[in-house]
Ligand binder design. Structure first.
Ligand SMILES: Nc1nc2c(ncn2[C@@H]2O[C@H](COP(=O)(O)OP(=O)(O)OP(=O)(O)O)[C@@H](O)[C@H]2O)c(=O)[nH]1
Ligand SMILES: [Mg+2]
Length: 434
């Protein structure tokens, strides 16, 4: 249920800082806030002294009357001193004026319902706030604009066909309205092709957005920790020439040559009697299960990988990339590196091929990227592919239902159907005050 009752929330984190921002949104805020302050002229920062509960706080106040505000409602921003306790007291006092604490994402939800923002944009802003690497920031920013033109085009091309198919089903026989499958598929051909391009862009963008979970495994002394440190750009793992150095699983998030990575360094895999090392080996399997890609580090001096290792990797062959380490000692075919000297170009090429499917990272800018978006896009493309495979001359019901399905998916993707479930999922990922 859309609500318009006044809400407030701190938009800055509860830590001591120079300034804290408290946002208030609702209908008729001038009257609601009158006991605390008189609202200044719209969009002009003005000083007000707020008095309540024995406090007198000088605040910088900004007022954005509806509809020209973030939420589309009256919006007021109070900048106060960044004391978390003071902010809590202020929010509690606003409660006594009938302004309740907002749910996470409630400001953005209202912006969406009031048409101030699209669903795709709201998702992009959520990802922007959560971004941890330069690439992730750039990707989120590129998605934070208007609805991508290819989606607008798809909507325009589909709309008349959806209507026509419906008419053909409802009145076809009496009125002589037919659905010409050949013409239909011809006019959808460009859209379908574009969907396929967007699917590969989205897959790459999602990896870049989420960061690729990369597990480093291999026999003891294969050079896992050396590579881990080289990719992380810092000495996080202990490196020695004693086999069995690493026992715990180490994790680090980093950006390496434009690729956001979540790296996992693991204990060298071998049968061992050492109880501590055995515990370390036991921890490798869950890492393999959770990884997007497993780098099997295989020193150039080894002929075949150890059977223990091969058995451990067998269930994961689909996501294992073999990387030959110690490339400085011998020349071998395949992806070969010498991490202790920073010679990693072959790995960069192989990783980018795996993650980006040959696309340049910049080619992913503006692509859809969240799990929700990618799932809907895949389904959308599938419906159009099924449509293209239909034999002409059949009854119009089947193409009509595919067209309607595609139309519905498009609406869910862009957020026009405003399905509450989608909104609930989206806003559960937001922070307060957004
Ligand atoms: N020459 C050469 N030495 C390397 C290379 N990579 C790692 N080393 C050395 O090999 C030894 C073992 O490296 P680590 O990175 O500790 O190996 P690890 O796989 O983490 O070993 P465990 O933690 O014991 O399983 C260290 O002395 C490294 O300096 C390489 O590409 N070439
Ligand atoms: Mg190690």
């Amino acid at each position: 249920m859309p609500t318009t009752d006044p809400i407030c929330a701190p938009a800055t984190p509860p830590i001591p800082s120079a300034v804290a921002l408290v946002r208030i949104s609702g209908v008729g805020l001038a009257a609601v806030l009158r006991p605390l302050l008189s609202l200044p002229e719209p969009r002009v920062a003005s000083l007000r002294t707020l008095r309540w509960g024995g406090f007198q706080e000088k605040a910088l106040v900004l007022s954005f009357p509806a509809p020209a505000s973030y939420t589309g409602e009256d919006l007021v921003e109070l900048q106060v001193h960044g004391n978390p306790l003071l902010v809590r007291r202020l929010v509690a006092h606003l409660g006594t004026l009938g302004i309740r604490l907002a749910e996470p994402g409630e400001f953005t939800r209202r912006a969406l319902l009031n048409g101030k923002q699209g669903l795709l944009e709201a998702e992009a802003l959520r990802d922007l706030v959560a971004a941890e690497t330069d690439t992730q920031i750039r990707l989120a920013q590129a998605r934070a604009g208007a609805l991508p033109s290819w989606l607008q085009d798809a909507r325009q091309v589909l709309a008349p066909w959806v209507a026509r198919a419906e008419a053909a089903v409802d009145y076809g026989e009496e009125e002589g309205i037919l659905l010409d499958l050949l013409t239909l598929n011809q006019s959808l051909a460009a859209v379908r092709q574009r969907f396929h391009v967007e699917q590969s862009r989205a897959r790459a963008a999602r990896h870049l957005q989420d960061g690729l979970r990369l597990a480093l495994v291999g026999r003891p002394n294969a050079g896992k920790s050396t590579l881990f440190n080289a990719l992380a750009g810092e000495d996080r793992a202990i490196v020695t020439d004693i086999p069995g150095t690493t026992r715990d699983v180490l994790e680090v998030r980093c950006e390496w040559r434009g690729l956001p990575l979540r790296l996992y360094d693991t204990a060298g895999l071998r049968s061992t009697e050492d109880p501590v090392e055995r515990l370390g080996v036991a921890r490798v399997r869950p890492v393999l299960e959770g990884a997007d890609l497993v780098l099997h580090l295989w020193p150039t001096q080894d002929q075949d990988p150890d059977p223990v290792l091969q058995a451990a990797l067998a269930p994961f062959t689909g996501k294992v990339l073999e990387v030959r380490t110690f490339a400085d000692l011998a020349e071998v075919p395949g992806v070969a590196i010498a991490a202790h000297r920073g010679e990693l170009d072959a790995l960069e090429v192989a990783l980018k091929e795996r993650i980006l499917g040959g696309l340049a990272p910049d080619a992913c800018l503006g692509a859809l990227a969240t799990d929700r978006q990618v799932a809907l896009l895949d389904e959308l493309a599938r419906q159009l592919d099924l449509l293209a495979e239909l034999e002409p001359g059949g009854p119009p019901e089947l193409p009509a239902s595919l067209l309607q399905g595609a139309w519905g998916l498009l609406a869910r993707l862009t957020g026009e159907d405003r399905a509450e479930r989608t909104l609930d999922e989206l806003f559960s990922g937001f922070c307060l005050g957004k």
